[in-house]
Design a protein around this ligand. Structure first.
Ligand code: DQA
Length: 149
């Protein structure tokens, strides 16, 4: 059994009402609950944190190893394009992670096309709305199966 951490960055607490043309109609609570069910069905557990504060996300990443987290699914939201601090924390803890985006950031404004995470992530899922999270969870479960012989 692995402990998976789902991390969500700023403004993702507004999912469902925020720019539905980009981010869809599902609420973050609904997404997180579905992912927790999927994790449990696969014999794992999921904890979730959404924060609008960079330092709160940093603290959770830094404490992930002592909390026994072995995989992270992360939508850094706007911090994707700005946060060297979060990038450094992910490198420091060295826990495999998947970067998730609801929208396809490669097709949006130029400032969204740069990610500080893609080159250090195991993989990136972007552009499928809430399905991006489900695809990431599927990939996480497969990766855990492959690596935890
Ligand atoms: C996002 C894309 C980011 O550019 C944006 O700042 C977000 C959400 C996405 O999931 O598509 O808040 O990460």
């Amino acid at each position: 059994m692995a402990k998976i951490l789902l991390l969500n960055g700023p403004n993702l607490n507004l999912l469902g009402s925020r720019e539905p043309s980009h981010y869809g109609a599902d609420s973050l609570n609904n997404i997180a609950e579905c992912l927790a069910t999927k994790a449990t069905e696969a014999g794992h557990s999921l904890t979730h944190l959404q924060s609008n504060a960079e330092h709160t996300l940093l603290d959770r990443i830094q404490s992930a190893p002592i909390n026994g987290i072995s995989f992270i699914i992360m939508n850094p939201a706007a911090f994707t394009h700005t946060s060297i601090a979060l990038r450094d924390a992910m490198i420091a803890v060295n826990i495999p992670f998947i970067e998730v985006h609801l929208s396809n950031i490669a097709t949006r404004e130029v400032f969204r096309q740069k990610s500080y995470f893609s080159d250090i992530a195991l993989g990136v899922v972007s552009g499928f709305g809430s399905l991006s999270y489900h695809l990431a969870m599927y990939a996480a479960i497969e990766e855990l199966r492959r690596t935890q012989i």
